[in-house]
Design a protein around this ligand. Sequence first.
Ligand SMILES: NC(=O)c1ccc[n+]([C@@H]2O[C@H](COP(=O)([O-])OP(=O)(O)OC[C@H]3O[C@@H](n4cnc5c(N)ncnc54)[C@H](O)[C@@H]3O)[C@@H](O)[C@H]2O)c1
Length: 323
Amino acid sequence: MKDNISQIDIEGLKAALAKFEPSKTYYIVDSTVFDNYAGELGLDSVTNVFRLNSPEADKNLERYNECINTFIDMDIRRDCHVVAIGGGATSDFAGFVAASVLRGLKWSVVPTSLLSMVDACIGGKVGLNVEQGKNLIGAFHEPEMIYLCTHFLQSLPKPEYESGLGEIIKYAFLSTEINKLVKKEAPIEEVIFNCLKYKKKITDGDLREEGDRKILNFGHTLGHAFEKELSLPHGTAVTLGIYHTIKSFHHDLLSELYSLMDILKLDRNLLYTRPKNEESFWQFVRRDKKIVGDEVHFVTLKSLGHAQVSPMVIDNLVEQIVF
Ligand SMILES: NC(=O)c1ccc[n+]([C@@H]2O[C@H](COP(=O)([O-])OP(=O)(O)OC[C@H]3O[C@@H](n4cnc5c(N)ncnc54)[C@H](O)[C@@H]3O)[C@@H](O)[C@H]2O)c1
C-alpha cells in the first residue's frame, strides 16, 4: 500500500507546500479557504491559482474550460503539479483537471472539510457535474500526496462539519475498529486518520469499484436520493440513508446508530426527516448511475463491521422502506 497520507500541522503544511517549485505548481483552491489561510500557508503571492468561489456550483464544464484555458495560457507543462486545497467539490474538480490537462498531470490534495478529509480526498474518483446529474463526467486519477491537516476544521461551518460526521457513522458501521474509536471518543484526528486508512485499503484493492469498493456505498443509494430531493449536504443525507437501511433491514442495530449519533453530538431529530414527495424520491433512486436494469447493488450488513452487497430489484426496495 503506497504510503501517501501525511498527517501534518499547519506549519508543516506550509513547509511542505514551500518545497513545490513555484513555476511548476498550479493551485486550484476553494476561495473561502484561500481567503482564510493563504497567509498562514505562505501562498499570498502565488500566481498560478484558479479559485472556486462556490465549489459545488463551479464543479461544471464551463468552469473546467476556464481553468484549463487559464493554465494553458500560463504555460502549464507535463512536469507540473496540480495542488487542490478545499473540500470535496474542489478536489473532484482539481483532480479532473489534473487527470485530463495535457493527458494527465500529477496532483496532490489538501482536504479542508471533514467530509473531504474522511472520504472525498482519497480513492481517485474525480469529476464534474452536468445538468442531468452529479459526477456524470469523471476519471479515476489518484493523488500523489494527501496532506491531512485538521487545523482547517476550525473555520468549517457546523452543517458542513455535521455532514462529515455522516460519513464517519458509515465507517463506524463498516469497521469495528473505527466503531471502537468513535465509542471511546478518541480525538477526531485519530478517527479521521483511521477512516482515511480504511478507505485507502479498500480502494487500493479495487480502484474501479468492481468488487469490495461497493461496500463504501452503504447508506448512499437512499442517501443520494435524500440529497437531491431535499437539497441536503451529502453526509447528512447519507446519515438518513443509513437510518432507513438499518430501520428496514437491521432493526437490531438501531440503538447502535442512536448511540453513535449521541456520541458525535448529531441531533437525532434529523431522523424524522421524510421525503417531500415519495414518488420523486424513488425517481431519484431509479436514476442513480449505479442502477443496472431494474436492480441496484444495495449494501446491507451481515453484522456490525461486515457489509454485503446484494442486487435488489428496486420495486422490492420500495416495498421494504417505510418512511
Ligand atoms: N471523489 C470522491 O470519492 C467523493 C466522495 C464523497 C464526496 N465527493 C464530492 O465531494 C463534494 C462534497 O464535499 P464537501 O462536503 O467537502 O463539499 P464542498 O467542497 O462544497 O465544501 C462544502 C462547503 O464548505 C466550505 N469549506 C470547505 N472547507 C472549509 C474550511 N476549512 N473552512 C470554511 N469553509 C470551508 C466550502 O467553501 C463549501 O462552501 C461533492 O461534490 C461530492 O460529490 C467526492
